[in-house]
Ligand binder design. Structure first.
Ligand SMILES: [Zn+2]
Length: 452
């Protein structure tokens, strides 16, 4: 068994970034020598981008298997998952009238390519799906729809959920009205020129995201009343058939109830523009540190780490895990998924059956000591754990005020992870893990239908 290296090793390997204080929040209590950031940086720096089915994805699987073995986990394996591989190719956009101006864009995941050489059409600007739906078809037919919907910065990150519909459904809705392409203002909060990618429902027309400053150029062009705004757009993105990926799994066997499982999960894949440091190497780092703590201090129930494949553009890993392990679902006490960036913990949410509240109550006081709330929430959980049939889900809300500056962009690199903030999430995760791994702690079953 390999012990966690002493603090000074991490300090030399991964100097902590300056802690940026956030107004109104209490101090983050230090967790000395937390290796979570170091694990995350290794994945982000040494593997880098790892879109499902890409060479980087295969490298990430190998890295995770090796890392789990090194940390002393048992039954380490890569369970094969078939994924649909999407390749970005090139993308370019340019205003051609009433003036010439190149714009920075990134194709959206699942976008088809434009015809060779690209397409050129007049732009119609809308600020929401509803505004598009209200337009007569002849105002849209043959044009490029520009969704100019602004995401609000909040600590909870809820602005993302309110804005992302134009990314996921925009192309589909624009196609229904006869548009030839869909461009969106990036669903993010950074004013830097980093287009924000992400998945969309497959449509018959190509789609891309404009960097926010570039979306604002296009808005001003439309609002300048200098006549119709025309745009040339090309992308060579495409689906490249099926490929092999894997969920990487490792365990710390329980000392008293080895058949009862606590699942700690994060996703191993990432978007291709950046290093996927916050999304989701940070979550991988957290669950690996939790597992290595369990290796050092074994718990009565088994702790199973699941690093899901293909969260970003298919959820094939989560579906495969849920199907292959359905027989274990009744014995899975709860699942904690960590996929909310690297900001400090703010609160804990959970769900389950009627007994869940009483089962979680012993955590209320220790969490309150850390100024963290604890609340039942039927929506708690994440995209991957949401596939688990009836398993109670836990969620650690994190400070998302800066997350959407870098999420899904080329700027998602490890320097953005503040060691103390990620260690704070580990501290909370360890409280949860220790509690859930005690025999008799029973949250019942989650009754609600699976999240879409
Ligand atoms: Zn993620």
């Amino acid at each position: 068994m390999r012990r966690i290296a002493p603090l000074f090793l991490f300090l030399t390997a991964c100097p902590p970034a300056a802690v940026q204080r956030i107004g109104g929040l209490p101090e983050v209590p230090p967790v000395p020598g937390s290796p979570a950031r170091d694990f995350a940086c290794q994945l982000a720096d040494q593997v880098g981008p790892r879109l499902a089915g890409s060479p980087g994805d295969a490298k990430a699987v190998a890295w995770a298997v090796e890392k789990m073995k090194e940390l002393g986990l048992s039954n380490v394996r890569a369970e094969p998952v078939k994924v649909l591989r999407w390749e970005r190719g090139e993308a370019a956009a340019e205003i051609t009238a009433p003036f010439h101006r190149k714009l920075l864009v990134a194709a959206l995941g699942s976008s088809e390519s434009t015809p060779a050489g690209g397409l050129e059409a007049e732009v119609v600007r809308v600020s929401s799906l509803d505004e598009l739906r209200a337009l007569p078809d002849e105002r849209v037919k043959g044009r490029i729809v520009f969704f100019d919907k602004v995401m609000e910065r909040t600590i909870s990150g809820e602005g993302y959920g309110k804005t992302v519909d134009v990314r996921s459904r925009g192309a589909l809705e624009a196609e229904k009205k006869g548009a030839v392409a869909s461009l969106i203002r990036s669903v993010g909060t950074s004013e830097a020129r980093f287009p924000h990618t992400g998945n969309m429902r497959k449509a018959g027309i190509p789609a891309a995201a404009l960097a926010i400053p570039d979306a604002e150029v296009l808005r001003r062009a439309v609002q300048s009343n200098q006549g119709p705004v025309r745009l040339r757009f090309s992308t060579t993105s495409r689906f490249a058939g099926e490929a092999e990926s894997a969920n990487v799994i490792g365990e710390v066997p329980g000392t008293a109830k080895p058949d009862e499982l606590v699942v700690l999960g994060a996703h191993l894949d990432s978007w291709d523009l950046g290093d996927g440091a916050l999304d989701d190497a940070a979550g991988v780092g957290v669950v690996l540190e939790l597992a290595s703590r369990a290796v050092e201090r074994p718990l009565p129930r088994t702790v199973r780490v699941v690093l899901w494949a293909n969260e970003e553009n298919g959820l094939k890993g989560a579906a495969a895990y849920a199907a292959q392990h359905v027989a274990e679902a009744p014995k899975t006490v709860a699942a904690l998924e960590v996929d909310s960036g690297a900001g400090r913990a703010l609160a804990v949410q959970y769900n389950g059956g009627p007994q869940a509240e009483a089962a979680m109550q012993p955590l209320a006081a220790p969490l309150a000591k850390l100024s963290l709330g604890l609340a039942a929430d039927s929506e708690a959980g994440g995209a991957d754990s949401g596939e688990l049939d009836g398993v109670p889900l836990l969620h650690i809300s994190q400070d998302n005020s800066r997350y959407f500056d870098v999420h899904h962009t080329a700027d998602d690199t490890c320097d953005k992870i503040v060691e103390e903030e990620l260690a704070h999430v580990v501290g909370v995760g360890w409280l949860l893990t220790q509690h859930l791994a005690q025999p008799g702690v029973d949250l019942g079953r989650r009754p609600l239908p699976k999240k879409p």
